[in-house]
Design a protein around this ligand. Sequence first.
Ligand code: UD1
Length: 417
Amino acid sequence: MAKARVVNIVGARPNLMKMAPIMWEMKKDTSLIEPILVHTGQHYDEKLSDIFFRQLDIPPPDFYLNAGSADHARQTARIMICLEQLFKKLQPDVVLVVGDVNSTLAAALVAAKMNIPIAHVEAGLRSFDRTMPEEINRVVTDSLARYLFVTEASGVENLRAEGVRTFLNDAEPVENVSYDLFDDVEDSTDAGLLKRFGAFVGNVMIDTLLAFKDRSEKQAEIDVPQRDYALLTLHRPGNVDCPKTLQRITQALARVASEIPVIFPCHPRTRKRLEQLNMTGSYRIADKRSFLPLIDNCITLLEPLGYLEFLKLMSHARLVLTDSGGIQEETTILSVPCLTLRDDTERPITLTEGTNTLVGTDSQTIVSQVKTTLKRRTGKFLRPVLWDGRAAERIVRILEFVACRTELLTKPIGERL
Ligand code: UD1
């Protein structure tokens, strides 16, 4: 029997920990899917890309597009031009995209115009802040996608509000995948897209975390400080590209460091901005092997870390300060308090059932929330439903069902020019 050719797209660092468990599942002998992995090259540094392939056992990409860094339009366009040629050659049955980066959007736009069904993993998340490039990417990708894989209940609500009517299991979490789940899909024509459906399947990023938690303790090439520390990440354009905001945040962080030493693996975008503003002088710059012991009143700046190293540091942190999306979810599973340096989040489950608190970018608020958190003992938190390490398995089983019922695809499997 011909297998369904699923072309999986990655481009930036946060795509890699989401794609890893999907690739493991698709590569199993029993899978009815022929996976092809395409790396757009949006992130190209060893520390933002290659190390994740090695550490997470992701097979090398079948195609690498070399898109590189550029303004949004140029970067997205470059990826689109390359992908159009590639999709003509490969004739995918499904294009699978993850998350909300420019590579996600570019692949969705190309696939939609070529009438190739799109599967979007991490569908339905909304910050409702359209100044974030990721929010634009999410909204557009979801509006084009045929199969919408959702991580948390808010995603179902948001997609419903945007016109998705058909959900497997009637919008309840899909714990186990079976044939009868697809009955409603037969005659669905949601938002003009034939046979479109959503499925609440859990969180692939947490699949990866659970798979690597023990390994990170043993194999991470980093020593965890024997004292309390805060772990910091910062890279959102809204926080680092505006000098005033960046200055406000760094002033707050200097005060945070007088309460607890801060370790800061720094994204290249942020490093560049700090250097442009001559602000790295106030940091202690260290190599990951030599950053110990931590010094009082000090922010220790490191190069971006590998997955295992970051996971180990995050697991043992007294608290995390971040503007990342995925880290809000990971800290929730690790029961580590997370203070998010943003006014909103597209992952509200981390606020209601997790360890996350939104603290915005006001200096006073950041410092007082850090003090409050340090006084509090960390408790046990709820684990969001289906964040159980099996999300990728559900996604791949669903795609296999789709592949077996060719009427759910645009054309029969294997019918390539
Ligand atoms: C991208 C994603 C963001 C994600 C982040 C994780 C978009 C719109 N944004 O943001 O959602 O959270 O990745 O890291 O897709 N650079 C390097 N080396 C690289 C890649 C980039 O030094 O390998 C530097 C370049 O100076 C580049 C800047 O980082 O201009 C920004 O890179 P870009 O891919 O545009 O966005 P990120 O900020 O990384």
